[in-house]
Design a binder for this molecule. Structure first.
Ligand code: NAI
Ligand code: MG
Length: 350
């Protein structure tokens, strides 16, 4: 039987609660068809508190041979919150050239969006976020912070290579979907970095004449997320804009607790990493009430990436069926169902 080797990094807070739920669902859908072998890694802010490091210096070498990485979230209220991204997330995303952050936003049948006009089936788009450079480049410094002349600089880095590769991914994705790419930037004010981005993407758009291409500034795009989310198909955007818009997308779906993502290395030269779009949610951690759907759906994206399309579709369908019954709703959707019981309801549909 085909076996996939999965590195599991539950991380902190609710990551430790919902990643095991995702594994239960993956095992349920895999039974009889394929197998996943899981190796757990403690990389997290909690691990940093105990050992002084988020992950060992050779962690990328350790993770490299795996077929995929299944991740929760990291960040702990007692740990400097500038560290989790730079010591773990950015290292994996950049080190493994996971230059596409794939974030599907769709309204599920049975789960009402907070937007009256947004209906299941009509709102179904993907945010393709550039995931390795842009505004989240770590170049910069804080100079003489304690003095009256203190200042900080942080430089965005946009490279031709980085822009073009994610653009090709977005146009190829749109070709398989509804055929519209919306490029979201703020090039009217970030007149160097994002103008270069727009110019290169405009050139690439011409190589995909069958895909409709449009540009939209992020302020207008945020308004359109609320006013006409039905409009979008593939949103191609930069690292920070994609980060912000995808939390808004999660809210459109009804809760961040539903929203999955994949950090994808399309060439499959390196393992890709799958994680909810949200963080470690310390405000609700270890109460048994977190919504596991974000992690379960991220698991489905992982199986799709591994070539198990049917298993992925079955998980997504089971999520929809389970959630169309309000008695399976967790607290963030306004219900009272505990994390593990939400998972049980999905497994029983499977
Ligand atoms: P968050 O996404 O952890 O939480 C935002 C709100 O959404 C909270 O009220 C939380 O309870 C709720 N929420 C999130 N996921 C939920 C779920 N599955 N079920 C029910 N409710 C859910 O964002 P926040 O509070 O800004 O950050 C908390 C920590 O997570 C910080 O340390 C931050 O740095 C870290 N973080 C880590 C990320 C990662 O590892 N990729 C991404 C975003 C934040
Ligand atoms: Mg985020």
């Amino acid at each position: 039987m085909k076996t996939y080797n999965i590195a599991v990094v539950p991380g902190d807070g609710i990551g430790q609660e919902i990643v095991p739920e995702g594994i239960r669902v993956i095992d349920a859908v895999a039974a009889g068809y394929f197998k996943c072998d899981y190796t757990f890694f403690p990389y997290s802010a909690e691990h940093y508190q105990k050992t002084g490091e988020f992950m060992p210096s050779n962690a990328l070498e350790i993770l490299r041979p795996f077929d995929a990485i299944y991740f929760g979230a990291i960040g702990h209220p007692d740990v400097d919150d500038t560290l989790p991204a730079t010591r773990y997330t950015f290292r994996v995303r950049k080190g493994f050239h996971q230059y596409v952050n794939y974030r599907p936003i769709k309204i599920l049948p049975g789960v009402p969006s907070p937007l009256r006009a947004a209906k299941a089936g009509e709102v179904d788009f993907v945010i393709v976020r550039e995931n390795t450079e842009g505004e989240f480049s770590e170049t910069g410094n804080i100079i003489h912070p304690e003095t009256p002349g203190g200042f900080a600089i942080q430089t965005s880095i946009f490279t031709r290579h980085g822009i073009e590769r994610v653009a090709h991914y977005a146009f190829q994705l749109a070709r398989k979907r509804k055929g519209l790419v919306t490029n979201v930037t703020k090039s009217n004010t970030l007149i160097h970095s994002m103008l270069y981005w727009d110019q290169l993407i405009g050139d690439i758009a011409r190589a995909y004449p069958e895909v409709k291409y449009e540009r939209m500034y992020v302020d207008n795009a945020s308004a359109n997320f609320i006013l006409r989310p039905q409009h979008f198909d593939v949103i191609l955007t930069t690292n920070m804009i994609g980060d912000i818009l995808s939390d808004l997308g999660g809210a459109l779906m009804g809760s961040l607790g539903l929203a999955p993502s994949g950090n994808i290395n399309p060439e499959k030269e390196y393992p890709s990493m799958f994680e909810p779009i949200h963080g470690s949610a310390p405000d609700i951690a270890f109460k048994g009430i977190a919504n596991p759907v974000s992690a379960i759906w991220s698991g489905a994206l992982m199986l799709e990436h591994l070539g198990e399309d049917e298993a992925a579709q079955r998980i997504e369908a089971a999520i929809c069926t389970a959630l169309s019954d309000r008695s399976n709703w967790p607290a963030d959707l306004g219900g009272t169902t505990a994390t593990t019981d939400v998972t049980d309801s999905i497994i029983s549909v499977l």
